[in-house]
Design a protein around this ligand. Structure first.
Ligand code: GLA
Length: 712
């Protein structure tokens, strides 16, 4: 059998050592060239009071392979078979189906424990590594699975960790630590991905930034409970690991049964987080079914009218939206049976006859007559105890102790519908299918608004099964209504992961439309997701979630680098606001093909009082950059904007993309290039990267856009 597997793509190499029947990760990181190096090189010497054969940690770390940290596979047969020793049975390397990447397939088995693990490692052309693992019980008795994680080692120079955390209306905030011996674990036990869920667990060279340093990052494509960790063992070996978190008794494999773990995504970059991001964005954009039509300008009714569903009001809102250039009108929560507020009605997916005596058709027709698409809010996985559905089927509420046992504490007055129960699943499918069949609906805003930490079906923990049942619901509805797009919303950004994105077309990154908060949330959500998948709306002048007031220019420019929309009662705009918003919408429409296909570039700024980021077309002929002030600056002058990612030898014309908001200007004068007759400067990419352009002094919490295009 082959003694090594060597995969290479886009500056990343993976070298697996298969000698001794084990799979040891000799290298995951920078490209090592054409020839697979001898993996023996990486084995060290044996210290005293230690295992006799030091070797790199296995792809599935096992005590039986001299690993003293967290095992990659854990479980038992009523206490037995607790320490498997997996041996390679088969290994192959082939081109990955039609993608231009490579795929290594491994079969590992432990005869004594009667377990088999099939591993597929797919290296995408952009350098992203996908790891898929399936565990099969080859024995006659049950095997209870405790964990099947994906682990990958990082080298000693990775001394700093990065992960993200958050809460409602403040998702995806970074935190950094020095990597020391021990384990840094981010557990997500929400019954959904979670507001605080880290999109990636990353390690890098000291001080790694957006454009510099080596970085290794792992993401788990899963919308249920999961763990992400960095572990440095006593021998200094350091692992990144991700995996599903399973509760006791939750996953028991009968004879011949298998468990397929969620796909783990691993990105390496030799040039900072932008390289990690590029690996993810390339892969995400290369998927079959990635949205390919221009992302329509959205108006979502939530912050405009909340539960006040009045046909007359909604029609005039649609008129005002259409007048601005909106292309998709989304009716949010409040349209179904008995739903007057957020305490009741979930589960009763019938149009409320009191609020909507003629059904949704009059509104839908009105919206469509204006040339807009129609979208509708649903929350199919939930049930209010105050609903017809709960009164009729109280046993359909997912409960920890059996169908008639106690319920869990409520959250937003709601419970989780037990979708593992086929009758409940069928009922919800039928309701949604009927809604989509009977109404001309182009889009669903699919919400999921609660944590549920003790999900149960028939008295057994069911987060795993519930997550798969929800996935099946998305998949079945998509198959039945292939033209309906779906947004993943979960009290804002509590379900943002590449598992849900296999069956949805965008995420609602956060319930906050405060542009200052959004600067951070969108920046870090887009570490993994390209901008076209991240909903970003212009909210009202004073944000409903924070009470902060921002200029329209800041709110609109912040929403520009995403899937642009509005969440504001635009019936009452002043003429000036209408003109300004229309101009931004026109600008978005003219530039969305660039924003939604180009390479994301974030600028490492000297301090945190401002942020700069942009997108550069793949041929580097065009670019857009945003400069945003987040706080007062320690300096009188803002440091020049050094623009990365351009062709150093090409000459670029730099202009303002949108007129400067005169109320944003904090200084007595503007930089010379902006006051020249042309209002532009022409310089090479090299000069822009090294010297940069002087910026106007802006008050805090304001922004501007620069447009760049190559000149001959
Ligand atoms: C959640 C969503 C919001 C809105 C409300 C409606 O909080 O995140 O955008 O749809 O539900 O109840």
């Amino acid at each position: 059998m082959i003694d090594r597997l060597y995969l290479r793509a886009a500056g990343t190499s993976l070298l697996l050592d298969l000698r001794d029947g084990d799979v040891r990760v000799a290298h995951w990181g920078a490209d090592l060239g054409d020839q697979a190096p001898d993996p023996a090189l990486v084995s060290g010497s044996a210290p005293h009071s230690a295992f006799d054969d030091p070797a790199p940690v296995s792809l599935i770390p096992q005590p039986a392979r001299a690993w003293r940290g967290t095992p990659g596979l854990a479980g038992d047969r009523a206490g037995r078979a607790f320490s498997p020793r997996l041996v390679v049975q088969d290994a192959s390397l082939e081109p990955a189906d039609g993608t231009g990447g490579q795929r290594a397939a491994l079969v590992l088995r432990d005869e004594a424990s009667a377990l088999q693990v099939d591993v597929a490692l797919t290296l995408a052309p952009g350098g992203l590594l996908l790891v898929d693992q399936t565990l099969t019980n080859l024995g006659a008795d049950d095997y209870a699975v405790a964990a099947l994680d994906v682990s990958l080692p990082v080298p000693a120079q990775a001394t700093e960790s990065l992960d993200l955390t958050g809460r409602w209306a403040r998702e995806k905030h970074p935190q950094r630590h020095r990597i020391d011996q021990g384990t840094w674990t981010r557990s997500a036990r929400h019954g959904r991905t979670g507001h605080d869920s880290t999109l990636v667990i990353a390690a890098g060279t000291p001080g790694f930034g957006w454009r510099s340093g080596e970085v290794w990052a792992l993401h788990l494509g899963w919308s249920g409970d999961h763990t992400s960790r960095i572990e440095r063992a006593g021998d200094g070996q350091t692992l990144l690991a991700v995996g599903e978190l399973l509760k006791s008794g939750e996953l028991v494999l009968g004879a011949g049964e298998s468990y397929t773990a969620p796909t783990a995504f691993a990105a390496y970059s030799s040039h900072g987080l932008d390289g990690v991001s590029a690996g993810f964005h390339d892969w995400v954009r290369g998927r079959e079914g990635h949205p390919s039509t221009p992302r329509p300008v959205v108006l979502n009714t939530w912050e405009a009218v909340y539960f006040n569903h009045d046909l007359h009001v909604l029609k005039s809102l649609a008129d005002a939206a259409s007048d601005l250039g909106v292309e998709r009108f989304v009716l949010d929560d409040g349209w179904f049976l008995g739903r007057r507020d957020d305490t009741r009605g979930l589960g009763d997916w019938f149009v409320d006859p009191d609020m909507w005596p003629l059904g949704l058709t009059p509104l839908i027709d009105h919206v469509r007559d204006k040339g807009m698409q129609f979208g509708l809010w649903v929350e199919p996985e939930m049930i209010n105890q105050d609903s017809e559905l709960a009164r009729e089927h109280p046993d359909w509420i997912a409960r920890p102790a059996g169908a008639h046992g106690r319920t869990s504490p409520t959250w937003r007055r709601q419970q989780v519908l037990d979708l593992v129960n086929p009758d409940a699943w069928d009922h919800i499918f039928e309701r949604l299918d009927a809604l989509l069949t009977e109404n001309a609906i182009d889009y669903l805003k699919w919400d999921q608004n609660r944590d549920q930490v003790e999900l149960g079906h028939d008295g057994v923990a069911s987060t795993h099964a519930q997550t798969l049942a929800a996935y099946r619901l998305f998949d079945a509805l998509r198959a039945a209504h292939p033209n309906v797009e779906i947004e993943s919303c979960s009290s804002g950004g509590a379900r943002v992961d590449l598992g849900i994105l296999q069956r949805t077309d965008r995420v609602w990154a956060s319930d906050t439309n405060d542009a200052l908060e959004r600067q951070t949330i969108q920046r870090w959500t887009q570490l993994v997701l390209p901008p076209e998948l991240v909903g970003a709306h212009v909210g009202p002048s004073t944000a409903h979630t924070t009470g902060r007031t921002h200029a329209l220019s800041f709110r609109a420019i912040t929403a520009l680098f995403g899937h642009f929309g509005i969440e504001w009662d635009v019936r009452g705009l002043t003429d000036a606001e209408r003109t300004e918003l229309r101009a931004v919408i026109d600008f978005y429409k003219a530039n969305r093909s660039l924003i939604h296909t180009g390479r994301s570039v974030r600028i490492d700024r000297p301090d945190e009082s401002d942020a700069a980021y942009g997108v550069v077309s793949h041929d580097r002929s065009r670019a857009l950059f945003v400069y945003a002030t987040l706080a007062t600056s320690p300096n009188e002058l803002s440091s020049r904007l050094r623009i990365a990612g351009l062709d150093p030898d090409a000459r670029y014309r730099v202009t303002l993309g949108l007129p400067l908001d005169e109320h944003a200007i904090a200084h007595r004068s503007l930089p010379h290039w902006l006051t020249s007759d042309e209002g532009e400067v022409v310089v090479t990419g090299r000069v822009l990267a090294e010297i940069g352009v002087p910026l106007p002094g802006l008050y805090p919490e304001h922004a501007l856009v620069l447009a760049l295009s190559q000149v001959e």
